[in-house]
Design a protein around this ligand. Structure first.
Ligand code: SF4
Length: 464
């Protein structure tokens, strides 16, 4: 047997990624940054990176999305991008009058070894020297090379960069009766649901990030370069004074975990819970809110919980014993695996494009009742998933629009959820979270199974 050298890739066995099951790291960072009030993302790299991210955002959220770029050219790639970054910061400050600028690196700026943190420090000290007394936007930085992370890593890193910069270095005063909730990479509708849940506990809170309005607002008479909405900078500063933080999902790197950072530096305890999809995950989420606030779960959510159980009973006969392929970013797939397990569906494949050593353990923990084998794959691409799936007879695939490739080749339905949805309208309005979101997903699953059965018979059932 051939011995593999861990450091030198074995070129004979190497297979390139074919049809990637992950997205670019600054993309996740940009959407988190658009969830901060008055914040504009600035990509330190070439135009193409920001165009790609805007293109993805617009096709999912159906909103115009401004993302600035320091606009690398060939010479920048050789001589460095400090001047470009300074010019971009100046231009963005003049044109947008933002409260904050979130700078993210790219594959190119990371590869040439740009010390962006140092550039930002130099820029800020220069601005202070030339224009003392003026208000400048806050500038925070996320290191987001796509060759060592995915969109979900970029998302968590951007939250970390904003919280660590804005919460400051001063020790926290006395703890106040307020709560922090750090949401995962979820839909705008999900964030609106989280607002409803938090409001019902009747305690001030910081929900971070919040793109419920900035990436899904109303129509305008005039173009707004920085749409309204987002987590207030002042509320992010207050996060260090909260009674506790609930963090939906789990960053792969603990050192980029804003919840852990608040805990270690300001004594704000953090509770990580999986995305609240499915009864068990929702119960854990509500229990965490209840414990931190010291208040019992409001009656409205208890009623929705019983409605969800009733839905499970009504639809069980359609789901039980079915097989699914689930794929996407780690937090989303872990939560969907737990939901599948609850409704009697085996995820025959649970896949993520991220290289994440925790993924297997998280999926195994989520599958408490599943008896059949689940292929759990990280660092997956869609071609590999398809090759594995052909033997496993899945009934449907569940995840982003990227799974069209799978569903077409396997001739199975695709249940679109997560991010991105860019071959249908309303991706930003899909509700996944909470008891109501679970009911919504459950209806989608049952109806896809029923439609598939209906489509396969010529007589056509009207009752299934
Ligand atoms: S070059 Fe890297 S940072 Fe730019 S769009 Fe591609 S993956 Fe993203």
């Amino acid at each position: 047997m051939k011995e593999r050298n861990a450091k030198v890739p074995d070129t004979e066995d190497y297979v390139s990624t074919r049809n990637a099951c992950k997205l670019c790291s600054p993309l996740g960072a940009c959407f988190a940054l658009r969830g901060i009030e008055g914040c504009i993302p600035l990509i330190h790299g070439s135009q193409g990176c920001s165009t790609y991210i805007r293109r993805y955002g617009i096709s999912h959220f159906r909103e115009p999305i401004d993302i600035a770029s320091s606009n690398f050219t060939e010479s920048t790639a050789i001589f460095g991008g400090k001047d470009n970054l300074f010019t971009a910061l100046e231009n963005v400050t003049k044109s947008y009058r933002p409260q904050a600028i979130g700078v993210t690196s790219t594959c190119l700026s990371e590869t040439i070894g740009e010390d962006v943190q140092m550039y930002i420090r130099q820029y800020e000290s220069e601005r202070r020297r030339l224009d003392s007394g003026k208000n400048f936007p806050e500038i925070f930085y996320s290191s987001t090379a796509s060759y060592r992370g995915t969109h979900i890593d970029g998302f968590h890193e951007a939250i970390w960069s904003a919280v660590t910069k804005l919460a400051g270095n001063e020790p926290s005063g006395r703890k106040r009766a307020r709560l922090n909730l750090i949401s995962g990479f979820v839909s705008s509708e999900d964030i609106r649901e989280l607002h409803s849940i938090l409001t019902s506990f009747d305690l001030p809170y910081t929900l971070m990030p919040d793109y419920s309005e900035s990436l899904d607002g109303g129509s305008w008479e005039e173009y707004q370069r920085l749409p309204e909405g987002g987590t207030k900078i002042s509320d992010i500063r207050r996060m260090k004074d909260a009674l506790g933080t609930v963090y939906l999902g789990s960053p792969a790197l603990p050192e980029k975990d804003a919840g852990l950072w608040l805990q270690n530096n300001f004594g704000v305890p953090v509770t990580h819970v999986d995305l609240p999809i499915g009864i068990e995950n929702c119960d854990s989420f509500f229990a965490s809110l209840s414990r931190i606030t010291g208040k019992s779960v409001p009656e409205i959510w208890a009623k929705q919980r019983t409605r969800l159980i009733d839905a499970y009973i009504d639809g069980h006969k359609y789901c039980n014993g079915k097989r699914a392929i689930i794929y996407g970013e780690e937090d989303f797939v872990t939560a969907i695996a737990s939901f599948m397990d609850e409704i009697g569906i085996t995820p025959v494949i649970a896949a993520t494009g991220a290289e994440n050593k925790n993924f297997r353990g998280r999926i195994e923990a989520a599958l408490k009742n599943t008896r059949r084998k689940t292929e759990i794959i990280d660092n997956a691409d869609f071609s590999t998933i398809l090759e594995m799936a052909e033997e496993l007879r899945p009934d449907f695939a569940m995840g982003s629009s990227k799974g069209l490739y799978l569903s077409r080749n396997l001739n199975i339905p695709l249940i679109r959820c997560g991010f991105p949805i860019h071959d249908r309208i309303g991706g930003q309005r899909i509700l996944h979270l909470g008891y109501r979101g679970t009911i919504n997903l459950f209806d989608m699953v049952c109806n896809a199974i029923m439609q598939s059965k209906q489509d396969k018979v010529s007589s056509g059932y009207t009752y299934i």
